[in-house]
Design a protein around this ligand. Structure first.
Ligand SMILES: [Zn+2]
Length: 254
C-alpha cells in the first residue's frame, strides 16, 4: 500500500489530517444551518478515522522496515567466531580435534556431530580421531590435490576433514578407514589388492550414483575410492546401491 523509507509520509498524512480538522472546525463555527453542521461533524469524524489509521499504518510499516534493515546490517557486520585449537569429546565417538588456524566455527563442529549421529558404531569406531583442519594442512602433510576436502591416514586410522566437506565426505573417509581395518582393497601392508568381484562389476554404477555427492572421475580412479563412495551411500542412501552390492555390504564384518 505504501512504499517509503522514513517517517516523512506518516508526518505528511498526520499533518494533512490535522489541518483538515482545523478547517472543518473553522467552517463549523461560521455556518448556522444545523443539518450542515451535522454533515460537517460526520465528515470530520471520517477524516479523523481515515487520516489517523493511515498515519498509524505508515508509522508501523516504517518501524518494521527499519528494524529489518537494522537486523540485516547487524548480520552483515557479525564476524563468525573461529574456534581455538581444542579436542572435543562428544558421546562415545572418536575425539574431534580442531586446528585453530583453519577458521573452524561452531557450526562446522555441529555438522560433524550430526553426521556421526547418523553413522553406525561399527563404522565410526574404526577411526582413532577426526580432525577439522585447513586444506593447506592436507596439502602440506599428505600431498593431496588442492580440491581435496578430506583424507584419512594409514596406519594411524585418523580422519581429516575441512570446512568444505559434506556429511557424505566424512562417511567417505570413514569408508577408507574401514578398508584399512578389513582389507577390502588394501592388504595389511597397505598395498593394493583385487577387491571382491561384486565391487568391480558395480564400480561404474556406484560412481554414477555417487557423482551426486562426489566427483565421478575421482570415484572411478581406484577401487579404494569406489569402496569409500559405496560406504557413504550405504550409510546415507542404501537403497541407491545395486542390490547385490548392498547384500555384500550387509554381510561385511560390523
Ligand atoms: Zn577418498
Amino acid at each position: 500500500m505504501f512504499n517509503f523509507t522514513d517517517y516523512t509520509v506518516a508526518y505528511i498524512i498526520g499533518g494533512i489530517t490535522f489541518l483538515l480538522l482545523i478547517v472543518m472546525a473553522i467552517i463549523y463555527r461560521r455556518i448556522s444551518n444545523k443539518q450542515k453542521k451535522n454533515i460537517l461533524i460526520l465528515v470530520s469524524v471520517l477524516i479523523f478515522i481515515c487520516g489517523g489509521y493511515s498515519t498509524f499504518v505508515c508509522k508501523t510499516k516504517t518501524d518494521t522496515m527499519l528494524q529489518e534493515i537494522d537486523a540485516f546490517n547487524k548480520k552483515l557486520d557479525a564476524k563468525p567466531s573461529y574456534l581455538e585449537s581444542s579436542c572435543i569429546q562428544y558421546k562415545n565417538y572418536p575425539p574431534i580435534y580442531v586446528h585453530s588456524d583453519a577458521k573452524i566455527t561452531e557450526s562446522d563442529v555441529q555438522l560433524v556431530k550430526e553426521t556421526l549421529d547418523i553413522t553406525p558404531e561399527w563404522l565410526y569406531k574404526n577411526a582413532t580421531s577426526i580432525t577439522l583442519t585447513s586444506q593447506q594442512y592436507l596439502i602440506d602433510n599428505f600431498g593431496v590435490d588442492e580440491n581435496v576436502m578430506g583424507c584419512s591416514s594409514f596406519p594411524d586410522r585418523a580422519v581429516y576433514t575441512t570446512t568444505h566437506a559434506t556429511s557424505s565426505g566424512l562417511e567417505h573417509e570413514l569408508g577408507h578407514v574401514y578398508d584399512y581395518n578389513f582389507f577390502i582393497t588394501f592388504n595389511q601392508n597397505h598395498q593394493d589388492i583385487t577387491p571382491p568381484d561384486v565391487l568391480i562389476s558395480n564400480q561404474k554404477t556406484v560412481c554414477e550414483v555417487a557423482s551426486e555427492l562426489d566427483d565421478f572421475e575421482h570415484c572411478m580412479s581406484s577401487y579404494h575410492e569406489t569402496f569409500a563412495d559405496a560406504m557413504a551411500l550405504y550409510v546415507e542412501s542404501p537403497d541407491k546401491l545395486p542390490p547385490d552390492l548392498k547384500a555384500w555390504m550387509d554381510s561385511l564384518p560390523k
